[in-house]
Design a protein around this ligand. Structure first.
Ligand SMILES: Cc1cc2nc3c(=O)[nH]c(=O)nc-3n(C[C@H](O)[C@H](O)[C@H](O)COP(=O)(O)OP(=O)(O)OC[C@H]3O[C@@H](n4cnc5c(N)ncnc54)[C@H](O)[C@@H]3O)c2cc1C
Ligand code: FES
Length: 279
């Protein structure tokens, strides 16, 4: 059982949890994730280790409420409650080394997982340019944290309500046009990572992306997270979640993300009906 030590709202439908998980906090590295099961009958959902503190034995998770399980976590778990299972750290850590100048792009809830990577790259001596973007001002968070571990922070909103108006790949393009960059990281919706990859291809800059394929066990046994990278099947949970963006079959990933749309809608409707919430 993993106790919720702190909980705060970061924006509409975005919740930050600090959870007691001493063994995970001791081993966590940037780029890794956990698989969470809220209660005995809950489904397993992957969530990135957005931060951790080995001294206090806690990890930080940032959850965007998109369906039944993430809403359940956000709406029903309070400080003092116990999350049934938190398994991890899972996945291959980010390849942190001295690249030179790196750009770290976080889109939407992807701002949370890009933070520990930017921090590790900064600690490794890289010049870090961070780009954080969201649809609108209210959905931006952790700009202070990201600012502390980057040499330059560029903020974008699709509607122009804060920072530069536009999407993160456009901001990335401007940076690559203006100066030499040695490596790019991008985490966010698959479509955003696909466009960031296209921009990097144009400028011949390598890009690492973190694939959000549908995961179940997180250990390489179920095959649920299969993705095509460089023409071969790979398991995002154990071979990734990070891969070179220009080797990813984006169309296949985008199609597979929609595989369970009907079941997901059904689960959310049942959950809301049980709570007496009309849709
Ligand atoms: C390695 C990894 C790290 C992630 N880190 C975070 C994070 O830090 N914060 C966060 O809010 N979300 C994160 N996600 C996505 C998160 O796991 C899904 O949003 C969640 O599983 C959705 O569950 P649901 O029941 O609420 O919604 P559902 O109704 O089941 O699904 C809603 C949408 O979420 C996506 N999704 C559903 N199930 C999964 C799954 N098992 N794995 C991935 N995507 C899924 C699909 O696109 C789906 O259409 C991560 C995903 C992966 C693969
Ligand atoms: S989640 Fe089961 S193989 Fe990756």
């Amino acid at each position: 059982m993993n106790k919720v030590m702190d909980k705060r709202a970061l924006g509409p439908g975005i919740v930050e949890f600090t959870v007691a998980a001493p063994l995970i906090a001791r081993k966590a590295r940037a780029g890794q994730f956990v698989v969470v099961r809220a209660h005995e009958r809950g489904e397993r959902i992957p969530l990135t280790l957005a931060d951790w503190d080995s001294a206090s034995g806690t990890i930080t998770l940032v959850v965007q409420e998109v369906g039944k399980s993430t809403r359940e976590l956000g709406e029903e778990f309070a400080v003092g409650d116990a999350i049934r299972d938190v398994a991890g750290p899972l996945g291959t850590p980010s390849e942190i080394m001295a690249y030179g100048t790196v750009v770290c792009v976080g889109g939407g809830v992807g701002i949370a997982p890009i933070y520990p990577i930017a921090r590790a790259l900064h600690d490794a001596g890289n010049e870090v340019i961070a780009i954080a973007g969201a649809r609108t001002k209210e959905l931006l968070f952790w700009l202070d944290r990201l600012g502390q571990v980057s040499d330059q922070l560029i903020v974008t909103t699709d509607d122009g309500s804060f920072g530069k108006k536009g999407v993160t790949p456009a901001a990335l393009q401007e940076v690559l046009q203006a100066r030499r960059v040695d490596h790019v990281w991008a985490i966010g919706p698959a479509i955003m990572m696909k466009f960031c990859t296209q921009v990097c291809r144009e400028f011949g800059v390598p890009i690492t992306v973190s694939l959000n394929s549908i995961m179940i066990d997180g250990t390489g046994m179920c095959g649920g997270c299969r993705v095509e990278v460089k023409g071969e099947s790979r398991f995002a949970c154990v071979d990734g979640p990070e891969f070179p963006g220009d080797q990813v079959n984006w169309d296949l990933l985008l199609a597979r993300l929609g595989t369970f749309k009907d079941e997901e809608r059904c689960a959310l409707e049942r959950y809301l009906a049980a709570k007496g919430v009309a849709r």
